[in-house]
Design a protein around this ligand. Structure first.
Ligand code: GLV
Ligand code: MG
Length: 363
């Protein structure tokens, strides 16, 4: 492996390209709403969605038929050029790096709408080499187009090799904005035996121990509780650690059972609790779920503010409602309070809710 000097990471990769960012801004991105720009009915609804969702993502990859790849790319250019996105971020998901479409995706999108694109999502990333390829190409295209702001890269974690290489992927470029779990492709690539897009599986469970008969024998046929387990726990936890290590943001991905809003909410909440900042939305009704789940609750903020007020200079320990709070729980509370402040800036309804919380008393 060849090594690059640390200071060279922040040099543009093409003469005249914008300087790489030293920190990835924490922009709210609770829901990344996917739309197919080749679907005219769907595309027509996009301008009205500005301001109702944190991220709109024009999808060019899977779910867009091969015959529609060019129409999707051109549709995205048209929508981006004719829409003022205001506070809403515009992302795209380009085709995979081993596809015949991706080069045209990049060479078309960057000059045409590079000034509007915040983040490019790269699917099926295997290792740092995939990020290096896109990184250099983006720098060349940005320089040629005279862009003043670097376009960021988001990688989908959806290959076994990508999971094995997750840390080097996160650290491969100062453009790295975050990672999403891609449970559908990841399941296929790992040869998992599921047939769904995200979520749990009734076969993946643990069962309560069997009761014992009077003679001490295990009654294996007795009624016992079973607890469905989370197929994605390991990957999400690994992704969260890699992202936190590199100062970038982890996301859940697609939840394919659109009708099961309850299980969708559970899956999103697990990801939120483990450290993810957002998720994908494949249907407008998943936007509301994501916004609810990935915004701290009023109860959490009320409690967090009490801890912050009671902890004063942050050292020592206090008792609140019979529970010990110290430096470490204070830091957890600050994560929630800071997130609430960022979200309140762009979401007036949330701001009202958080502002209505009675002031916490100092200890
Ligand atoms: C997303 O792209 C997935 O494969 O789950
Ligand atoms: Mg995929």
């Amino acid at each position: 492996m060849s090594h690059k000097s640390a200071k060279d990471f922040f040099r543009p990769l093409a003469v005249g390209a914008p300087a790489p960012l030293r920190e990835i801004p924490a922009r709210p991105s609770r829901a990344i709403h996917f739309f197919d720009p080749s679907n005219e009915k769907m595309a027509a609804k996009i301008p009205a969605m500005v301001g109702t969702v944190d991220v709109l993502l024009g999808n060019l990859e899977d779910a867009v038929k091969a015959d529609n790849k060019v129409a999707a790319r051109e549709g995205l250019v048209r929508i981006a050029q004719s829409t003022d996105f205001g506070p809403t971020q515009l992302w795209t998901r380009i085709n995979a790096l081993d596809s015949p479409w991706v080069l045209d995706d990049l060479t078309t999108l960057v000059p045409a709408i590079g000034d509007k694109l915040d983040v490019i999502m790269v699917p099926k990333v295997q290792g740092a080499e995939d990020i290096h390829y896109v990184d250099r190409l983006l720098a060349q295209l940005e320089a040629k187009a005279g862009l003043t702001r670097p376009i960021l890269i988001h990688a989908i974690l959806e290959t076994a090799r990508g999971v094995a290489n997750v840390e080097e992927i996160c650290g491969a470029s100062p453009r790295m904005q975050g990672l999403s779990l891609g449970p559908a492709d990841l399941a296929a690539d790992r040869k998992m035996k599921t047939t769904r897009v995200g979520g749990g599986h009734p076969g993946y469970l643990v069962r309560q121990d069997p009761p014992r008969g009077e003679d001490g024998t295990a009654q294996v046929d007795a009624q016992r509780n079973v607890f469905q387990q989370d197929l994605w726990h390991y990957t999400i936890a690994k992704m969260v650690d890699a992202c936190a290590t590199h100062g970038i943001y982890p996301y859940y991905g697609p939840f394919g059972d659109i009708a099961d809003v309850v299980a969708c909410e559970d899956q999103f909440r697990n990801a939120f609790l483990l450290g993810c900042v957002g998720t994908w939305s494949l249907h407008p009704k998943q936007i509301a779920i994501a916004n609810r789940v990935f915004s701290p609750s009023v109860e959490d903020i009320a409690h967090a503010r009490r801890v912050v007020a009671a902890m004063g200079d942050g050292t020592g320990a206090v008792m609140i409602d019979g529970k010990m709070e110290d430096d470490a729980s204070l830091k957890q509370c600050l994560v929630l309070v800071e997130l609430a402040e960022q979200l309140a800036e762009i979401d007036p309804e949330l701001k009202k809710l958080y502002d209505a919380i009675p002031a916490a008393e100092e200890a």
